[in-house]
Design a protein around this ligand. Structure first.
Ligand code: HEM
Length: 194
């Protein structure tokens, strides 16, 4: 399940092994940005009530260590099977900590923007673009794995909890999502004349 998702993402995003080599070469510079990015990440989450309330009192320091480890692993270019499997696991952990994918994707975008800014300051444009795109491809595959891991984990947990077979759950989901679309269309039509 995770392997096929990884293959889909790597193919569609255009990730290649060369990306991890580009990141490895840039590591002496990009590793020095870790603390600044971690601060930006958690200052942003703690300044916004819907994300701040996810954290337990006193949890920030621990979370900062994990994010720093994650960032340094990416920029070290240590991108192997173990790393990808870890990203899938993040999606599962996020389910029980109620970290929905809008939060995750918003923060991934913020980190990518900050990384681009730093690259532009550190290197001439061509080199900056090369390093940024390598980082972007890796972290886009990461976002995809976390999001899909979250969705599949959610479905799996429901299926096991309710004792459904996969086909039955898929049929129910298809039926319910169709009716959700119809309800949304009715709502759009009723507000269109406002
Ligand atoms: C760029 C997006 C994100 C990345 C790369 C990321 C990465 C991670 C990683 C590596 C872990 C550790 C998983 C493990 O146990 O192996 C984790 C857990 C966690 N993350 Fe995220 N995360 C992201 C977004 C967020 C956001 C937006 C929030 C909060 C709004 C958040 C809150 C948490 C929490 C509460 C845990 C669980 C810690 C625990 O109970 O062990 N994460 N995340």
């Amino acid at each position: 399940m995770y392997e096929q998702t990884l293959r889909n993402l790597q193919t569609l995003v255009g990730y290649r092994d060369e990306d991890s080599q580009i990141l490895q070469r840039a590591y002496p510079v990009t590793s020095t940005w870790a603390d600044e990015f971690v601060r930006l990440f958690y200052d942003t989450l703690f300044a916004y009530e819907p994300t701040a309330r996810i954290f337990r009192p006193g949890e920030r320091a621990e979370r900062e260590i994990t994010l720093k480890e994650w960032y340094l692993r990416v920029v070290r270019g240590e991108i192997d099977e173990d790393f990808w499997r870890w990203q899938w696991r993040v999606g599962l952990v996020h389910i029980y900590r109620k970290v929905t994918n809008d939060f995750m994707l918003g923060m991934m975008s913020l980190i990518q923007q900050a990384f681009l800014q730093k690259c532009m300051e550190a290197w001439p444009p061509e080199e900056a673009l090369e390093v940024f795109l390598a980082f972007k491809r890796v972290t886009d595959v990461v976002s995809g794995l976390i999001a899909e891991g979250y969705m599949r984990g959610y479905q799996q947990a429901m299926k096991e909890f309710l004792g459904f077979r996969t086909e039955l759950l898929e049929r129910l989901l298809a039926m319910e999502s169709r009716s959700l679309v119809q309800r949304l269309e009715k709502l759009t039509m009723s507000t269109a004349g406002d």
